[in-house]
Design a binder for this molecule. Structure first.
Ligand code: ADP
Ligand code: MG
Length: 334
């Protein structure tokens, strides 16, 4: 088994592109660009909660960083630096090589420097702190939605949850959906370019980690507004609909923008080659209220809005697990 310092040197030390002093000292040094605000966010991945022991380490490495990059996207920030806290049981060099390959594949894709961290022995878990930059006052926040705004979502929400359901034997996907859903689950593509393009356009934004309705609910609560959603081509009741409304782990963006931007946003979809779907409007009803209709305008009450780690098991019945390979038994929902 490699030593702590061999692990750091071999697996986690790489060149940096925008860092004054990286890994190797007691602290890293960065020089934020003048006029920019720093955006800072932390996300943890814990074995047994967010991934299974036998999860492919390369996919896990990618996802460990990607879920953090997604928070930068949701803030409209350019991700720049990250630190990695790694708790490892008794890692083999092969496992670490694969994990680091996935992690740095993501870091390179989004031009992020790994500038430090901590490595310790214990039950496997990872914690990444990511730092990004956004021009002062331009960050996309959760509290700016206003009555009359359109509500948009990127990509195909629910895909990751469907991929997980397939792996757990709760559904059987066929190509091309199978590959698309497993990719969404294992290799989420944080929407950084979209977040950057939405500065000055979106009034509020959030990334979908816990479920479309749950995460939109955070915007409604923090903006003190209501919403009326009419999802085009909403699937009939069943797993597909539950995954779309309440499946987590997609890392798509849900955002609101004044209706005068509708055509700009539709054009942005073409430019970014990313589906952007208008799914409803912000309304001036009771803060947090979310009314959902199907294509014909009939009001629907969904079984759940999404996943909550501290929800009691009875409350959780019927919810769709957002987390990669959450250890739910086949045939049940976690
Ligand atoms: P210290 O004892 O001063 O806290 P460490 O010995 O823990 O420092 O770490 C040595 C260097 O390696 C530091 O620069 C630290 O940020 C970096 N480091 C440790 N673990 C990791 C990791 N998992 N990923 C990236 N850098 C790491
Ligand atoms: Mg020290």
């Amino acid at each position: 088994m490699p030593s702590e310092f061999e692990i750091i040197a071999r697996h986690f030390t790489r060149g940096t592109r925008h860092t004054v002093l990286g890994i190797g000292d007691d602290g890293a040094l960065i020089a934020p660009t003048p006029g920019m605000e720093l955006v800072i966010s932390t996300d943890m991945l814990v074995e047994g909660t967010h991934f299974l022991a036998d999860t492919d380490p390369e996919a896990l490495g990618w996802k460990t960083l990607a879920v953090n990059v997604s928070d930068m996207a949701a803030m409209g920030a350019q991700p720049r630096w990250a630190t990695l806290g790694a708790v490892l049981p008794a890692p083999t060099i092969d496992w670490l090589d694969a994990f680091a390959r996935g992690f740095f594949d993501c870091a390179n894709s989004y031009d992020i420097d790994l500038i430090g961290g901590d490595t310790t022995r214990g039950p496997r878990a990872f914690s990444v702190t990511i730092l990004g930059e956004v021009a002062a006052g331009q960050a996309l926040r959760r509290d700016g939605a206003q009555a009359g705004d359109s509500i948009w979502v990127s990509g195909r929400p629910g895909c990751a949850a469907l991929g997980l359901a397939h792996l757990q034997g709760r559904t059987t996907l066929t190509e091309p959906a199978l590959t698309a859903c497993l990719d969404a689950l294992h290799r989420p593509q944080p929407r950084v370019a979209l977040g950057l393009a939405l500065r000055g356009i979106a009034s509020a934004a959030i990334d979908v980690s816990d479920g479309l309705l749950a995460d939109l609910g955070h915007i409604l609560d923090q903006s003190q507004v209501a919403a009326r959603l009419c999802l085009p081509a909403l699937p009939d009741a069943g797993l597909e609909r539950d995954c779309l409304l309440a499946g987590g782990d997609d890392y798509e963006l849900v955002f609101t923008a004044a209706a005068r931007f509708d055509s700009d946003i539709a054009a942005l979809a073409g430019k970014l080659k990313l589906p952007l779907t208008r799914i409803g409007n912000i309304a001036s009803g009771p803060p947090g209220e979310l009314i959902l209709c199907d294509d014909s305008g009939t009001v629907i009450t969904p079984a759940t809005r999404g996943y909550d780690h501290f929800m009691s098991p009875t409350d959780r019945e019927g919810t769709v697990s957002p987390d990669m390979s959450r250890p739910a038994k086949a045939g049940t929902v976690a």
